[in-house]
Design a protein. Structure first.
Length: 328
């Protein structure tokens, strides 16, 4: 199958391309020479473009699109989040339809439901946070809404949304690098003792779900993709850090204090127009201090999804830094 991928230089897109290159003919959006080189190394043909500017000709007769790219910075103007996550997705949907693409797989997130609340026992009937106070959450919610509404069976255009939670594994560019940076600056502490419970998604299980989504799932629907039962955050992150060869401090801080620090920091940054990002954002403080327990029953029933990798297997891959393959 010919597939066009966005975000191939990132964690999720790169993992998918690496795994799928031997099964499919892949092209991938690329914005720089460095990205071109990485895309080629992974096994895809780079196509120089950017979200909001992709043409049907650049999609090049692909039968499917795997849309992994997003603006995921911890801090930035609302306009940047909206331009990339929402307008970029809408433009890509339009280009895909004009190019004759049959299937559009969008990598969403549980954050699209989040407006500061605990999430427990959440399934796909839970409403999108279209008015979330956090730019990432709100724009990912609107992007998902656009993808689901673009589903058009009459014209043989199927859209599927996959929602992982806290993606982890070899080559992670978010969780472990962020933790290490906080430790280096003396800022790491367990919020409320790290007692929250959370669902997780190992990168290999997400790649498996993407492959399934090429032929399974109902058009216009969203599906949580998870490792299985939720984990206690402190226990999981401690094991993940150990697998990567370092230990986490035992320092703790109350959630109320963290949220106050984040709110104060954001307020100062906006009022004083300070450069860079505040030490902690409200989104980070809130999402790290609330339970996030999700259900993947729908993906199991409708897509035939069953996580191929256990948490123990994923941790072993982090330790060995071995790259896995699903089907080869």
């Amino acid at each position: 199958m010919k597939i066009f991928v966005t975000g191939a230089s990132g964690f999720v897109g790169g993992a998918y391309v690496k795994d799928a290159a031997e099964r499919h003919e892949l092209s991938a959006m690329s914005r720089t020479e460095a990205s071109d080189a990485k895309v080629r190394t992974l096994g895809a043909t780079p196509v120089r473009s950017a979200l909001g500017e992709v043409t049907p000709e650049q999609i090049g007769g692909a039968q499917a699109i795997v849309h992994c790219a997003a603006f995921v910075e911890k801090w930035g103007p609302w306009a940047d989040f909206w331009r990339v996550n929402v307008e970029g997705t809408r433009q890509l949907l339009d280009a895909a339809k004009r190019a004759g693409v049959k299937r559009f797989i969008h990598i969403g997130t549980e954050a699209a439901l989040f407006h500061g609340q605990p999430m427990r026992g959440v399934d796909e009937t839970y409403p999108l946070a279209l008015k979330s106070p956090y730019p990432y959450s709100r724009t990912k919610a609107h992007a998902e809404k656009a993808v689901r509404e673009a589903n058009d069976p009459a014209n043989d255009f199927t859209t599927i949304v996959l929602r992982p939670r806290m993606i982890w594994g070899p080559d992670d560019q978010t969780i472990l690098p962020a933790v290490k940076a906080m430790i280096a600056k003396g800022r790491f502490a367990w919020i409320d003792g790290g007692r929250i419970r959370t669902s997780t998604t190992y990168i290999g299980n997400l790649v498996q779900a993407i492959e399934l989504a090429h032929g399974a799932g109902r058009g216009g629907e969203a599906y949580f993709v998870l490792d299985g039962e939720p984990v206690v955050f402190k226990e999981f992150l401690t094991r993940l850090a150990a697998a990567d060869g370092f230990q986490l401090p035992e320092k703790q801080i109350p959630g109320a204090v963290v949220r106050t620090i984040a709110f104060t920091g954001e307020t100062l940054w906006r009022l004083l127009a300070l450069s860079g990002a505040p030490p902690l954002t409200r989104f980070e403080a809130d999402i790290m201090s609330n339970d996030c327990i999700l259900s993947d029953a729908k993906a199991r029933k409708e897509m035939g999804y069953l996580p191929r990798f256990s948490i123990d297997q994923g941790l072993a891959a982090v330790t060995s830094r071995q790259h896995w393959r699903l089907y080869t």
